[in-house]
Design a protein around this ligand. Structure first.
Ligand SMILES: [Zn+2]
Length: 466
């Protein structure tokens, strides 16, 4: 069996891994890199074309984040016989998110905001519908390729990351014995507000393990409930002084979990029920998918609906924004890292200079992003009001509002990831989806505690034979 990394290996960019198993060609995820544009955002499918026997028969899409599925239409363009497997909930989200991505790419190209043609068009996506197959959790499906000399069987396990997210187990023949590979994809072993934690198999031979939080020592020193309490206290402080609280979020997953928390705070009278909660854009459509699948997917409370928390739509006009920002109010807005020109960035510029407001960060913020700069500026004790650059167009602004970081992530901390290795006792661990420092910390610790495990750090295009 060969494993080849096609996506980003030194960072949390596009996820995509190729497996060649006794004649079967299989791709685990086909993501795009959110920080890159056009063809530069794609996995290195060209590496496959350099090897005539590396055909792709099947693709497994673990969840509906763009860095895991944004390149699926391009994979299909290049390997027209590929069949894509996913859970039913992921399918519902993909059916909404890929056309939205096609429209956005087209709009940006037409407005001259990018030099690149869209990677795919909206009407083309309809032709691919019949190539998507959905499967229940923990039920076998066949992924043997056209030229597969022995059978390959797959099974999804709930990953606890976002709605529909799954890890996948592959069973295949090697030297007359059945072997198992398990790909965790993005995972949270602990439950969140809506989605319960991952339920993974007891054991595996090869573990392909995400390492997003491998370089974060702080998150393992706190508990989710502690962070929930701190987040609640921050909201109470901002609302108490009549301010506006902005919670920048990723639209897919994080937004719904945060709304569920706000619902809980309002129900328990920790936050006055009349304080308006604003949301916008595709977040509302995704909330609908969460709500319509609540009886068929893993949930803590199948009766809870994301729309149980009353939501106002943020007005489009600037004057409408001004009105909506007259606190007290809560704004749950995309994007999580506050990229320009997203709403979270736009609103932050309006809020940041007033002491009564608060910007509450709840997710992972990469270095170089406006969210990260905001956090750095807030931690700067040298000056009373440090300057923060949210947008080059606006220029540096004095940071006067409250800023906080609450670790309400959809990922497992690194101790929990190591716990998966302890429990599943693989012979090989392949560390993926993490910055270099994160993967190295994970590798050092696995080597230290499990000297018998072979740890691999896949590099772009370099086949690993297992
Ligand atoms: Zn993800």
């Amino acid at each position: 069996m060969k494993f080849v990394a096609l996506g980003d290996t030194e960072d949390v960019g596009a996820s995509c891994h190729f497996l060649h198993m006794d004649g079967t060609g299989l791709v685990l995820d086909a993501g795009t890199d959110p920080r890159r544009e056009g063809p530069h955002a794609l996995p290195r499918f060209d590496i496959l074309h350099d090897h005539p026997d590396w055909y792709v028969d099947h693709a497994i899409v673990t969840h509906a984040h763009h860095d895991h599925m944004g390149a699926l239409p391009v994979l299909i363009q290049q390997f027209p016989h590929v069949v894509a497997h996913m859970t039913e909930a992921t399918r519902k989200l993909v059916d909404f998110l890929l056309p939205a991505s096609a429209r956005l790419q087209r709009k940006r190209r037409d407005k001259g905001e990018t030099e690149y043609e869209p990677l795919f068009e909206e009407d083309e996506l309809e032709l691919y519908n019949h190539l998507y197959l959905t499967h229940d959790l923990q039920s076998d499906f066949d992924v043997t390729g056209m030229k597969g000399a022995s059978p390959v069987t797959a099974q999804f396990y709930t990953a606890g990351h976002i709605l529909g997210s799954a890890g996948v187990e592959l069973r295949y023949e090697a030297d007359g014995a059945t072997r198992r590979l398990f790909y965790t994809s993005d995972t949270n072993v602990h439950g969140q507000s809506i989605i319960p934690g991952a339920t993974y198999p007891e054991a595996t031979d090869i573990l392909v393990l995400e390492s997003t939080l491998g370089a974060d020592p702080e998150i393992e020193q706190t508990s989710r409930e502690e962070e929930v309490q701190k987040f609640k206290a921050a909201l109470q402080r901002v609302i108490g002084r009549g301010g506006t609280a902005l919670v920048p979020v990723f639209v897919m997953g994080r937004a719904q979990e945060i709304l569920a928390l706000i619902n809980r705070f309002k129900k328990e009278n920790d936050i006055p029920s009349h304080v308006p909660v604003y949301t916008a854009g595709s977040m509302r459509a995704i909330a609908d998918v969460y709500d319509e699948t609540r009886h068929d997917t893993p949930r803590h409370d199948p009766d809870f609906k994301v729309f149980d928390v009353e939501q106002e739509r943020l007005p489009y006009s600037e004057s409408g924004h001004d009105e909506a920002l007259q606190g007290p109010s809560i704004h749950v807005m995309s994007s999580g890292m506050m990229f320009e020109p997203t709403l979270s960035n736009l609103l932050a510029r309006q809020l940041v200079e007033d002491e009564k407001n608060g910007i509450l960060l709840v997710g992972f913020a990469k270095e170089g992003t406006p969210a990260h700069r905001l956090k750095e500026a807030y931690e700067d004790d040298e000056v009373e009001y440090p300057a923060v650059l949210l947008s080059p167009e606006r220029g540096p602004q004095p940071l006067r509002c409250e800023v906080g970081v609450y670790r309400l992530t959809g990922h497992s901390n690194r101790r929990d990831l190591l716990g998966l290795v302890d429990r599943m006792q693989p012979q090989h661990v392949l560390l993926v989806h993490g910055e270099t420092e994160a993967r190295e910390w994970m590798a050092d610790n696995i080597n230290h505690f499990h000297a018998d495990v072979d740890v691999h750090l896949p590099q772009w295009g370099e086949p690993i034979t297992l």
